[in-house]
Write a protein that binds this ligand. Structure first.
Ligand code: CA
Length: 457
């Protein structure tokens, strides 16, 4: 597909907000609904720093991602799928708690703590995680991969609802030399291990072993590959099919994507072999948009990159399958966000949600089945220090670096034309909604800039 054609394709899938439709040729994928009430296994697969345009099902032509694509083909692809921040740690805090992470001060990647923060930097201990919720419903819970929600022992995943852990605690890791001896070792449980395999392959191996160990009763697996976050490292066997890619950064990125995609294929294969495929709810999402200059990713046609609140920072590849319950080949156009994962997983599992706090996520199942026609979210907000954004219907108001723009995402998915001057009433409405939301959020507990000053009137 030529570049322009791909742009047109992606623009095309951003249009027609509010409709659910089945892709031509995929009607045969439609699953028979059953009345079966068996709790599904639940797997949440997270990619790291992927470009919006770097999966084949979103127009990528130089890297094939057949296994990630298969989740969309056999389930639902969200064309307006968001994360709650443009960088790694806050977006994971939102995902695992089902809440705006600004409610509890987890607004930035780890940085210097505010004075008096005795527990240190990590997902505040007051928070309930998706693993806590699912474990309370009898699920065996495991995480394989990157945690990035605190390195102190009290923030360890096995203190946050997970029965099992294999991975690393910080935000990035060497792939080709995982080894021992660093301050950020690969760990099994709480013990460092001398891992020898290419890290993406090691995570796939451990994910499959987890499924094998727990195949006889419901499990939750949080599979958080650090691919395709830097450092850019891929063995020759994953890069050698990309000789036609002249940019060496992009070539290595392609190899890293391939390792993850093939790994996901092996996980799906394991589920099929174990007879669990139909009854497993699987999400796939990237934790933020691509840092294009850093890792060779491609966010086209979206504006900007990771660490911004433009679409290139927060709109990501996002899809879900559950063959037993959800039709395949569906595009879902209403905005959804990663904290919907917890609410959806809890509903699928029959798990109780915490009742002593505000959750922001929505159970998407009735929306995806067509039972509910309205948008799951009337409005969505983002805040990173002084920068903020609001999405309501087709409109998005973005303030970055002191500059505010209003965009119509249906006619201008690339946020290229600021129409604030033409639509001052819309801009004012969204800004007021933001101020109201902002007044309910906490100050950041660490790092970055001070949060946006609250209005005193
Ligand atoms: Ca990331």
């Amino acid at each position: 597909m030529e570049k322009q054609t791909r742009r047109e394709f992606l623009k095309g899938i951003g249009i027609a907000a509010g409709t659910i439709f089945v892709l031509p040729g995929c009607a045969g994928m439609t699953r028979k609904k059953t009345e079966e009430k068996k709790e599904p296994n639940i797997i949440v697969i997270v990619g790291d720093d992927m470009g919006y345009a770097d999966v084949s099902c979103q127009g990528c032509t130089d890297i094939a991602t057949p296994n990630i694509d298969s989740i969309a083909r056999n389930g639902v692809r969200f064309t307006n799928g968001y994360v709650s921040c443009g960088v790694c740690s806050p977006t994971r805090a939102g995902l695992v708690t089902g809440r705006y992470q600004q409610r509890f001060g987890h607004e930035f990647n780890p940085g210097p703590p505010r004075e008096g923060l005795k527990e240190g930097v990590g997902l505040p201990l007051t928070e309930v995680t998706i693993a806590d919720v699912l474990r309370s419903a009898g699920y065996t819970t495991g995480i394989v991969g990157k945690w990035h929600l605190g390195m102190a022992p009290h923030f360890h995943p096995m203190k946050r609802g997970f029965d099992e852990y294999f991975g690393f605690l910080s935000g990035s890791h060497s792939y080709t030399d995982p080894g021992l001896g660093s301050a950020n070792p690969i760990m099994r449980g709480t013990e460092p291990v001398d891992e020898k395999e290419y890290l993406t392959d090691a995570f796939t191996r451990e994910a499959i072993a987890f499924i094998e160990r727990h195949r006889t009763k419901p499990f939750f697996l949080y599979l958080t590959y650090n691919a395709v976050h830097s450092p850019l490292q891929a063995p020759e066997r994953y890069q050698n099919k990309f000789e036609q890619i002249s940019d060496p950064k992009r070539r290595t990125y392609a190899g890293m994507m391939t390792a993850m995609d093939e790994g996901i294929g092996k996980v799906l294969g394991e589920l099929k072999e174990a007879g669990l495929y139909e009854d497993t709810l699987i999400f796939f999402v990237s934790d933020n948009g691509g840092p294009t200059g850093n890792n060779g990713s491609n966010n086209e046609p979206l504006r900007a990159t990771k660490a911004t609140l433009y679409e290139g920072g927060v709109r990501v590849p996002f899809m879900v399958q559950w063959p037993r319950r959800l039709k395949g080949g569906v595009l879902y156009e209403h905005p959804v966000i990663t904290f919907d994962i917890l609410a959806t997983a809890a509903a699928a599992a029959g798990a109780d949600l915490p009742k002593d706090r505000k959750l922001d996520g929505v159970n998407l199942l009735p929306y995806l089945s067509g039972e509910k026609k309205a948008a799951p979210h009337e409005i969505l907000f983002w805040r990173t220090g002084q920068n903020h954004a609001v999405r309501k219907g087709n409109w998005k108001l973005v303030t970055m670096g002191g500059q505010t723009g209003l965009y119509n995402l249906v006619s201008d998915i690339s946020e290229s034309k600021d129409i604030k001057a033409e639509k001052p009433d819309v801009a004012e409405e969204l800004e007021k909604a933001f101020e109201q939301w902002n007044s309910q959020m906490a100050e950041p507990l660490w790092g970055g800039q001070a949060a946006r000053p609250r209005r005193t009137n």
